[in-house]
Design a protein around this ligand. Structure first.
Ligand code: PLP
Length: 394
């Protein structure tokens, strides 16, 4: 008779993983399923990164490192912030973690007391609310409205800020919507956070994947006060196609970073040594592969976007970043006789043989998320299948 702790019994399983598992099972049965659930680039890690990691191991770098990461990797990250955002951090203001996800997890653990509120704009990345709850915090959802490109406004923020509010999570470019906050929007949101002394957790993991001449802006770069009010979360997973290496980081207030480093010393000990050597090469080496991948994503986006919007009952705002399309398909679900988008998504998998993620998992039940981190051929075939399915069933 095993009884688990209350804190895990309240955890909701990831919808992304559930659909992906079902699609995999169908594939194993010999069914030709196209999976558009992926949350990772479909490119291999650039060779020079793999080689640097290999050489470090041969050279004997196979032991523990400092808990917060090696001085050399921290230096490479500090340099990256300087080059990309003009932000200056010291080594005591940076922690390297086992992926950006673990940076967020550790941050909420050191930040939140029971009942502290964290504002999470919807649609949100699935792990935010679960991580906040695991730390005893209370997620407060604020709807990023479709008419505002799924982004929240400073006015909406002011309405929910209270004495219990500890932090706001910002994710630009966004997973799942691909939208970017403009400088003006960031300034207004930042002002409200400073006024109410709310920490800004800025998840910038999709920073390098922006399209159509758009530019990523970090809220931390907008003023020294905003820098002081922000913890930036980033990593090499999406930018350098290094999801499996598990290297991310957080940068900001030294007291917070020190507490995170203490906690890491008792949980992970350190991020994987070999991966840290890979990440140094990722930041100090040739950045051409990053741009090459970005261009490939942009090309796919431009080809797919029109085709997606041509599907009856699909309505999509053109994403400015990341590698997801997030159409509102409420009308398509209705037209084809399904009670909701979850049921429609299930039918897409079972009948059209295309796996997409229902928006309900992101707090946006009228949408679905399609990842274009897969080959153009597969993507075009998938859209053809969805189109045919919707037309035939309407
Ligand atoms: N933040 C967002 C918005 C993500 O989409 C992801 C990955 O899917 C992460 C963080 C986690 O990145 P990592 O693989 O570095 O843990």
């Amino acid at each position: 008779n095993i009884s688990l702790a209350q804190r895990v019994s309240a955890l909701t399983p990831s919808t992304t993983l559930a659909i992906t598992a079902k699609a995999k099972e169908m594939k194993q049965q010999g069914i030709d399923v196209i999976g558009l659930g992926a949350g990772e680039p479909d490119f291999n890690t650039p060779d020079h990164i793999i080689n640097a990691a290999h050489e470090s191991m041969i050279g004997g770098q196979t032991k523990y490192t400092p808990s917060g990461g090696t001085p050399a990797l921290k230096e490479a990250i500090i340099q990256k912030f300087k080059t990309d955002q003009g932000l200056e951090y010291g080594p005591g203001e940076v922690i390297v973690t086992s992926g950006a996800k673990h940076a967020l997890y550790t941050l909420f653990q050191v930040l939140l007391d029971e009942g502290d509120e964290v504002i999470i704009p919807t649609p949100y990345w699935v792990s935010y609310p679960e991580q906040v709850k695991l730390a005893g915090g209370v997620p407060v959802m604020v709807e990023g409205k479709e008419e505002n490109e799924y982004k929240i406004t400073s006015g909406q923020l002011e309405e929910v800020l209270s004495s219990k509010t500890k932090a706001l999570i910002l994710n630009s470019p966004s997973n799942p919507t691909g939208m970017l906050y403009s400088e003006e929007e960031l300034r207004a949101i930042g002002e409200a956070c400073i006024k109410h002394d709310v920490l800004i957790v800025s998840d910038e993991i999709y920073e390098k994947l922006v399209y159509d001449g758009n530019k990523h802006i970090s809220i931390a770069q907008l003023s020294p006060d905003l820098k002081a009010q922000t913890i930036v979360i980033n990593g090499v997973s999406k930018s350098h196609s290094m999801t499996g290496w598990r290297i991310g980081y957080a940068a900001g207030d030294a007291t917070i970073i020190k507490a995170m480093t203490n906690l890491a010393s008792h949980s992970t000990s350190n991020p994987t040594t070999t991966s840290q050597y890979g990440a140094i090469a990722a930041y100090e080496g040739d950045q051409a592969p990053v741009e090459h991948m970005r261009q490939a994503f942009e090309e796919r986006l431009n080809i797919l976007f029109e085709k997606l919007n041509a599907i009856p009952g699909f309505k999509c705002i053109k994403p400015q970043g990341a590698f997801y399309l997030f159409p509102n398909v409420k009308n398509a679900a209705e037209q084809t006789g399904y009670e909701d988008v979850d049921a429609f998504t299930k039918a897409l998998l079972e009948e059209a043989k295309v796996a997409v993620i229902p928006g309900s998992g992101f707090g946006s039940p009228d949408n679905i998320r399609l990842s274009y981190a897969t080959s153009l051929d597969s993507l075009e075939e998938a859209l053809k299948r969805i189109h045919t399915f919707v037309v035939e069933r309407s």
